[in-house]
Design a protein around this ligand. Structure first.
Ligand SMILES: C[S@@+](CC[C@H](N)C(=O)[O-])C[C@H]1O[C@@H](n2cnc3c(N)ncnc32)[C@H](O)[C@@H]1O
Length: 266
């Protein structure tokens, strides 16, 4: 009999879907398991905007990186970076500036293993296996010490991350600590699910996965940016943000419950 765990990194639970592998499935990736695909099909049947939302989210991530590199950012901390797919942060950034440094962070074993495999011995990008809510663990990691200089501007990416961070982990305090660690001129890019009847139903569905979700009000999401100054077009439903930046993106009003913004530390 073949062993279904053969070749799997430690810590992978094949019986429960994970957000990282579900997102990979929605994006058409190959690093997911039957349990993720079954859940993904159920999710798309009841929330058909889920797949377009994932695609728009990825377009946002790439555009936010381009915007930051064009604004002079040469180092990125990507929290909740996920399973590598087409157009990863270091690839998008290196098309414009090959010297950009990137530290990826995720707590999901498949995401960590595939990122490490993709990066190999890349000198400019690395992966930290950590809970992003453990700020000390991330900021004091040898990987951050090696690649990032916090006396200079950093691009902090929290793209569909904070709605996985529940009240028990004190998300506003966690974000404040990251913001405080950054030098003036740093940028923060975020997408976050807004709370409404449909996302309340999503909360219920996601309870059967490894990753609960916590959609928040627009004001709570705005507060995560602290006193950073939102760049045009502000905090917007994701397709509106992309349209305003002239990105060719499908207009999906239902996906607009994912809010997007990029802000700068004065
Ligand atoms: C939907 S994926 C988004 C991936 C990528 N940021 C993007 O926008 O394309 C969310 C990722 O966040 C990770 N994640 C969720 N909570 C986390 C936490 N507390 N610490 C680290 N990673 C986390 C999940 O494992 C998953 O890979």
């Amino acid at each position: 009999m073949t062993n279904p765990r053969q070749g799997l990194p430690d810590g992978v639970d094949l019986s429960v879907p994970s957000a990282a592998r579900l997102y990979d499935y929605l994006l058409g990736g190959a690093h997911n398991f039957a349990v993720d695909r079954e859940f993904g099909d159920k999710l798309v049947a009841s929330h058909p905007y889920a797949r377009p939302m994932a695609i728009l989210n990825r377009l946002f991530l790439r555009e936010a990186v381009r915007l930051m590199v064009h604004s002079g950012i040469r180092q990125f901390l990507d929290l909740g970076s996920g399973i590598p797919t087409r157009g990863n942060v270091h690839e998008v950034a290196h098309e414009i500036a090959p010297d950009v440094k990137v530290v990826y962070v995720d707590y999901e074993a498949v995401a960590v293993a595939h990122t490490r495999m993709l990066l190999g011995d890349n000198d400019n990008a690395t992966m930290v296996h950590a809970d992003a809510a453990d700020v000390d663990r991330v900021l004091d990691s040898p990987e951050c010490a090696r690649l990032l200089d916090f006396s200079r501007p950093v691009g902090l990416l929290v793209v569909t991350l904070f709605h996985y961070i529940g009240p028990d982990k004190q998300p506003q305090q966690v974000m404040a600590r990251y913001r405080d660690a950054l030098a003036p001129g740093s940028h923060l890019a975020m997408t976050h699910l807004a709370l409404d009847a449909a996302t309340e139903d999503l909360v219920e569905m996601m309870r059967s996965t490894q990753d609960n979700i916590f959609p928040r009000s627009q004001d709570e999401i705005r507060d995560l940016f602290g006193d950073f100054l939102l760049r045009d077009p502000g905090l917007q439903p994701i397709s509106a943000w992309l349209r305003a930046r002239d990105v060719d993106a499908e207009d999906n009003p239902e996906a607009g419950r994912l809010l997007a913004g990029v802000a700068r530390k004065a």
